[in-house]
Ligand binder design. Structure first.
Ligand code: COD
Length: 298
């Protein structure tokens, strides 16, 4: 069982070569701090694309040594994104990472039809939280990419996340599909979608996991709450993955966990032709480091 984000580091195979990660718009102190740590730990070989003066100002001030890593000069953020995405598209790099550039600018590059990282699947965001009040790492999707997923999108989001969790060694992760309540109410789309996803899972249309929903947040994460409401569920109180109804709920939960519960977080974009590290500017250096680790494990 994965209890802490640091447990992820034990899953890295030191006999495998370092993965090449390209940082788009590299003049970002937090990304460079995390990248340097990953480089020193030996599982990442960085490529930096960005403004030379600003990037080297940070590197020199921090006295970082990136060895023979490649630096590509490009001042315009959109061109930076294009060059970085093209490198991954062409197989010259394994992982794409967002530097000092707005999320939609990076995502539009990733979705570019000619040189982007489309794979035919839906791209989705998966975040892992280490919260002191929960007994293991809890994954949450999608808090940053898909704005208002419909049922088909939720199936694709689940498949991306479950397949990644399977890869990390969770053979049948327990998935709670969240609603405001644990009963089906046809006026609440999240609850009807949740009930359908649970039935699809029972019928083997969604595999390699145990899905239950609708569950309200309290009974998804607390045995006592579930017991109190007389909910019989294999998932309630022991959830590995929370599926969010939409980006608003997801993003507010994400920020609440970090700001109110002091949770540690790491995240990754799945479903593209290569893993993408897309952390937000407010994420800590540690969070960015673990996000790089998630991408290296993908
Ligand atoms: N997976 C695969 N293809 C996609 C996806 C996806 N998740 N989203 C869009 N596409 C494809 C569409 O099929 C279409 O072909 C093309 O991309 C454009 O689709 P639009 O018109 O919906 O795309 P945009 O450019 O308006 O928006 C795409 C974004 C990812 C930029 C948009 O969904 C978005 O802004 N998401 C929220 C990102 C964000 O602000 N996150 C911050 C929270 S921290």
């Amino acid at each position: 069982m994965l209890k802490q984000l640091s447990d992820l580091q034990k899953l890295i195979d030191p006999s495998k070569p370092a993965k090449k990660l390209v940082l788009a718009v590299s003049q970002d102190i937090f990304s460079l701090n995390a990248l340097h740590k990953a480089y020193k730990a030996g599982f990442i070989e960085p490529v930096l694309i960005g403004n030379r003066e600003e990037t080297y100002h940070i590197i020199d001030e921090k006295e970082y040594d990136f060895g023979d890593s490649l630096f590509v000069e490009e001042d315009d953020p959109e061109k930076c994104v294009e060059r970085a995405v093209r490198m991954v598209h062409n197989g010259e790099a394994d992982i794409l990472m967002k530097g000092k550039v707005p999320t939609p600018v990076l995502l539009r590059g990733v979705l570019n039809k000619e040189w982007g990282l489309r794979s035919g699947r839906l791209l989705s965001h998966l975040a892992f939280f280490e919260v002191s009040t929960y007994h293991k790492l809890i994954a949450v999707t999608d808090v940053a990419m898909n704005i208002a997923p419909n049922l088909q999108d939720k199936i694709a989001i689940l498949e991306n996340s479950v397949s990644y969790l399977n890869q990390l060694g969770l053979e049948r992760p327990k998935v709670a599909v969240l609603g405001a309540i644990e009963m089906v109410n046809e006026s609440m789309q999240a609850t009807t979608d949740a009930a359908l996803l649970s039935k699809m899972n029972q019928r083997d249309q969604i595999r390699n996991c145990i899905v239950d929903g609708p569950l309200a947040f309290d009974n998804a994460v607390s045995f006592e709450s579930a017991h109190h409401k007389n909910i019989k569920s294999e998932v309630a109180g022991d959830t590995d993955l929370l599926l969010m109804p939409d980006i608003e709920v997801g993003n507010v939960l994400y920020k609440s966990l970090v700001f109110f519960a002091h949770a540690k977080v790491a995240s990754i974009i799945l479903g593209a032709s290569a893993p993408i590290v897309l952390t937000s500017r407010s994420d800590s250096e540690e969070s960015k480091f673990y996000s790089i680790l998630l991408a290296a494990l993908a």
